[in-house]
Design a binder for this molecule. Structure first.
Ligand SMILES: Cc1cc2nc3c(=O)[nH]c(=O)nc-3n(C[C@H](O)[C@H](O)[C@H](O)COP(=O)(O)OP(=O)(O)OC[C@H]3O[C@@H](n4cnc5c(N)ncnc54)[C@H](O)[C@@H]3O)c2cc1C
Length: 365
């Protein structure tokens, strides 16, 4: 079968000001970039893309063997251009294979199949859906969950825009997105498990998880998130409850010989989980015992105090509230001068904002 290809030509007057950032972002999604006199070629594990530059213009081409792969490359390219090229208001219009399609390849409607109360504040919800193969591909561990709300109980799902990105319905029909982690999945049996933190306050995700019952429906989009290297020899990790599903999944996935240390902050003893951890990464629990979530300084302090080994391929991973995440990111990137390929410190939520991390052009709700 022949490869699928598509193209777009964009007017980007200030491209030179942000081209490096686009390249850097695509590299963080596993592209190997090679520069030429007139542009850049990108080789992904699942296809390829090229940029050809002329004054004020960028011609993009994408090629892959499978539909899902081409859709993924289109999405990565279009997102990178939208994120960094805002000042040029990029008008992306793809031609070629898949260009007439309107169903969003990264979207699935899911139905609640079962619920397990893991701890007082953590509900594991099994979501069943069709054709979930792409959620185990591309290295991303996370999804954007699209919730029905009190205001929009039966949302309309997004479709595929001509620019290769999600086209969202009008506000009165729009679902509300939040970021979550695929804790476990079975492509063959058509389900994913998501561990939802039920937290205080009036909110979309937590409230939905509290009230969900078998048969409840929602949408998911993904996978999202930068792939994490799984071949380092040593890791330092830190997470609060929201990062715990990703941390647990990494512990289960990493090779047994992997060494390191992981700090996990939870409300109290009743939130401690029995983690399957075949690695040599030591797990240490930090109990807030009454300190409100996001305000206990010990998690960030413990993580930044760890001495990294010399002569070892190492990686730092951190996921928690925005302030501890910024402390750790600053320490690793600015004080220790580590690169993006050696660290990922992400804000998973923000004490001061609803839906702070559910990016992707959708309304926050
Ligand atoms: C990549 C990624 C993966 C994530 N994976 C998971 C996951 O697997 N499981 C999970 O539960 N969460 C996960 N999160 C965090 C989750 O997206 C946020 O907690 C989100 O804010 C929850 O949405 P909400 O509608 O419940 O609250 P929002 O409407 O966003 O917030 C409403 C209020 O609740 C507060 N709030 C939000 N989250 C918390 C919390 N955890 N504890 C206390 N107060 C809070 C906010 O400060 C705000 O004032 C992830 C986030 C990211 C970016």
């Amino acid at each position: 079968m022949r490869d699928l290809t598509c193209e777009a030509v964009l007017e980007l007057r200030h491209l030179q000001a942000y081209l490096d950032k686009i390249e850097d972002r695509l590299e963080s999604f596993r592209a190997i970039a090679s520069r030429h006199d007139d542009g850049i070629d990108f080789a992904f594990p699942f296809g390829e893309a090229s940029f050809r530059l002329s004054p004020g213009r960028l011609a993009i081409r994408a090629r892959a063997a499978e539909r899902d792969d081409l859709a993924r490359i289109k999405d990565l390219l279009a997102t990178a251009v939208q994120v960094y090229g805002k000042q040029d208001n990029p008008q992306i219009r793809w031609t070629g294979d898949l260009s007439g399609e309107t169903s969003l390849p990264q979207f699935r409607e899911m139905t609640v199949e079962g619920i397990t109360q893991l701890t007082p504040a953590m509900r594991r919800i099994r979501l069943a859906g069709e054709n979930l193969g792409r959620f185990a591909k591309f290295g991303g561990m996370h999804i954007r969950v699209l919730f029905p709300t009190v205001r929009v109980p039966q949302p309309e799902w997004p479709s595929l825009g001509a620019n290769g990105l999600a086209a969202w319905p009008s506000e009165d029909r729009c679902p509300t997105p939040r970021a979550y982690t695929i804790r476990r999945m079975s492509v063959d049996n058509g389900w994913i498990d998501v561990d939802f933190v039920v937290h205080p306050g009036d909110s979309v995700g937590s409230r939905w998880a509290e009230g969900a019952s078998p048969g409840s429906k929602l949408g998911i989009m993904g996978p999202v998130g930068r792939p994490i290297p799984l071949d380092a020899e040593w890791y330092v990790m830190g997470a609060d409850e929201t990062g715990l599903p990703a941390l647990s999944r990494m512990l289960e996935t990493l090779p047994a010989a992997t060494r390191g240390i992981a700090f996990v902050e939870v409300a109290d003893e009743s939130e401690v989980q029995d983690l399957a951890n075949p690695t040599s990464i030591q797990v240490r629990w930090i109990l807030r015992n009454g300190v409100p979530a996001g305000l206990d300084e010990r998690l960030a302090r413990s993580v930044v105090a760890v001495k990294w080994p010399e002569n070892s391929r190492s990686f730092g991973w951190f996921a928690a509230e925005a302030i501890p995440a910024s402390i750790v990111r600053n320490h690793w990137r600015k004080i220790m001068d580590l690169g993006r390929d050696e660290t990922l410190a992400a804000a998973y939520w923000d004490r001061t904002k609803a839906g702070a991390m559910a990016t992707g052009g959708a309304p926050r709700g």
